[in-house]
Design a protein around this ligand. Structure first.
Ligand code: SAH
Length: 342
């Protein structure tokens, strides 16, 4: 495969530029241009010959808009085609604090969560850092507005593609790139404990979201196979370590599934679990009424039940909010993104 220049750090790109016989200062120039998100053919401050050389020898694996759907709330869902014909989805959202893109980290997923659409056809491949960046750049160019927040919460399990995801975050964070602060980046994991532990030592204070979805191991293992490898106690210990090392509060995702995990007893057990396992740790629980995925058969509970669940947590001193559902009318809501071209 030709070298992927959009995934390179600035010093790597500089070495590459030198290796193809160009001057060193061209490295930074090219890096800045590539990470402005505009296509290489529009770059006017490098010689035509250098551009031709890059087109022949290097790869810029950008994603291309195959289809786009706009929700009544302004959320936009993109179906992107990768350079090799695979498909991924991303979501653009407008919030009062800025524009957010929800990025996919893999084509499909192999974690097997029972309520999620992204995992139905398994994992096809990992995405390169360049392909994660390109989802943001293409959305920015299409909408004509800058993106100020990134959530790695689309298709895929980021810690199942660890190296590329960390590279992506460092590129996003870089001064001559988007220069996005880690505080504006969130990463969601189903609970791959070694990934959380390793990530805690990267020096990247990204907001960590952990998909918990159940208050006991028995209930969690029934809907999330990952729990059979890393149980709740190990997961919470890793969360505490992450908080201690980064100082970032931990956010827990909890999809409410009627009759499975949304009773008053479940709320009480969850509150006890979090208070016991994470005392002295700042946490927040995001309650998401489960998005119904046709193949999955899980049902959402009533609004009253959802609010009662939140009230029980609050009463026990656990911060909780009910997640605003965005893009639900275009299947762009949590867990509804999928790899196939439908
Ligand atoms: N693999 C990562 C990120 C992808 S999913 C993870 O598991 O965290 C982003 C969030 O949507 C996760 O919290 C996931 O559990 C949740 N999710 C998946 N399917 C859902 C559904 N049908 N309804 C509500 N949330 C869902």
């Amino acid at each position: 495969m030709r070298p992927d220049v959009l995934s390179m750090y600035k010093d790597e790109l500089t070495e590459y530029v030198v290796s193809i016989g160009e001057e060193r200062y061209r490295g930074r120039q090219l890096y800045k241009w590539l990470h402005s998100g505009y296509p290489l053919d529009l770059m006017s401050n490098i010689p035509k010959k250098m551009k031709e050389k890059l087109v022949q020898r290097a790869l810029i694996p950008t994603v291309a808009i195959e289809r786009k759907q706009v929700s009544s709330d302004g959320t936009v869902k993109y179906l992107f085609r990768c350079y090799d014909g695979e498909y991924i989805e991303s979501v653009f959202m407008r919030h009062d604090y800025g524009n957010t893109v929800c990025v996919s980290s893999q084509v499909g997923c192999r974690m097997g969560c029972k309520f999620c659409a992204s995992t139905i056809d398994g994992r096809r491949r990992n995405l390169a850092a360049s392909e994660m960046l390109s989802q943001i750049y293409e959305a920015q160019n299409d909408i004509g507005e800058k993106v100020s927040n990134v959530v790695i919460m689309g298709m895929g399990e980021p810690f199942d593609n660890y190296d590329n995801v960390v590279r992506f975050i460092r590129l996003l964070n870089s001064e001559d790139g988007m220069n996005l602060s880690c505080r504006r980046i969130s990463l969601s994991t189903c609970g791959l404990v070694p990934g959380i532990q390793r990530f805690a030592g990267e020096g990247l204070p990204v907001t960590l979201s952990v998909s918990l979805h159940a208050p006991t191991d028995e209930q969690r293992s029934a809907i999330m196979p990952v729990n059979k490898t890393y149980c709740i106690a190990e997961l919470l210990a890793a969360c505490r370590e992450y908080y201690e090392k980064t100082g970032r509060r931990i956010s827990f995702e909890y999809a409410l599934i009627d009759g499975q995990n949304n009773s008053e007893q479940d709320a009480q057990t969850l509150a006890d679990l979090l208070k016991k396992g994470l005392s002295d740790t700042v946490i927040h629980v995001n309650l998401i009424p489960v998005n119904e995925v046709a193949e999955r058969g899980f049902k959402r509970g009533s609004k009253v039940k959802t609010e009662h669940f939140a009230a029980v947590l609050e009463r026990n001193g656990v911060n909780a909010t009910v997640r605003k559902r965005m893009g639900a009318d275009i299947d762009a809501a949590c867990g509804q993104l999928r790899a196939r071209k439908i």
